[in-house]
Ligand binder design. Structure first.
Ligand code: 13P
Length: 251
């Protein structure tokens, strides 16, 4: 059985004060979450503070992005080894905001994925189509192309030790969630694509859904066969909502 993962992507939100309040709130209700692994992905600068706050709990730490380089003259970048150094287990790569706002390509995302794995991080690889791509009926081709960039570079085996997040771009931050059936269709497509290459990897990899997932819609999404958790934006900034999503994964 795949343990559900509920990961909060805080994006560029928070302050030292507010992240501390948020983490204390999550810790206070953590006993209500019986099955899922809970993870938080704060902005880089708050990682050490959050690592301290979650010390001794079952909450995992992740970063929102990473450099594809190990060290050196790369002003403004943060190396994968630095993330493990401050206690990260996970790192998000290829989030649609990185792809669309900062122009990060499939190939660049794949090189970040490779660098993260090399340092012992578990990459959370984001894939997903734009609204116009869904309307053109090319959702599967887009997701397939995004996955192939990683598979071509690292091999399908690399995905066994990773997490995939299906995030339809039109559902991110819009309040417009994919229906459980719409999400399940893409999740099962992804798993079948991987199964054609390696059934063991397909069985093992966790595929999260992301895009306006909240306390009200989490249960029906998480009930779908191929949805193994969520990558939560807005609703992860409120402890009660984030915990409610966590408890919606109780089995
Ligand atoms: P929202 O939950 O705010 O739609 O964001 C989803 C997301 O982008 C998580 O990475």
């Amino acid at each position: 059985m795949r343990q559900p993962l509920i990961a909060g992507n805080w994006k560029m939100n928070g302050s030292l004060d507010s992240v501390s309040t948020l983490v204390e709130g999550i810790k206070a209700g953590l006993d209500s979450v019986t099955t899922a692994e809970m993870a938080v992905c704060p902005p880089y600068v708050y990682l050490p503070a959050v690592a301290t706050l979650i010390g001794g709990t079952s909450i995992s730490l992740g970063a929102q992005d990473v450099s594809d380089q190990e060290a050196g003259a790369y002003t403004g970048e943060v190396a994968p080894g630095m993330l493990t150094d401050v206690g990260c287990k996970y790192v998000i790569v290829g989030h649609s905001e990185r792809r669309s706002i900062y122009g990060e390509s499939d190939a660049f995302t794949a090189s970040k994925f490779a660098a993260a794995r090399k340092a012992g991080l578990v990459p959370i690889l984001c894939v997903g189509e734009l609204l116009e791509e869904r309307e053109q009926g090319i959702t599967e081709q887009v997701v397939s192309r995004q996955l192939d960039a990683v598979i071509d570079l690292e091999g399908v085996d690399a995905l066994a030790g990773a997490v995939i997040a299906y995030e339809p771009v039109w559902a991110i931050g819009t309040g417009k969630t994919a229906s459980p059936d719409q999400a399940q269709d893409v999740h099962s497509y992804i798993r079948a694509k991987l199964a054609a290459l390696d059934s063991g990897v397909a069985e093992k990899v966790r595929i999260l859904y992301g895009g306006s997932m909240n306390a009200g819609n989490a249960a029906e999404l998480l009930a779908m066969t191929d949805i193994d958790g969520g990558l939560i934006g807005g609703a992860s900034l409120k402890a009660a909502d984030f915990l409610a999503i966590g408890t919606a994964a109780n089995r």
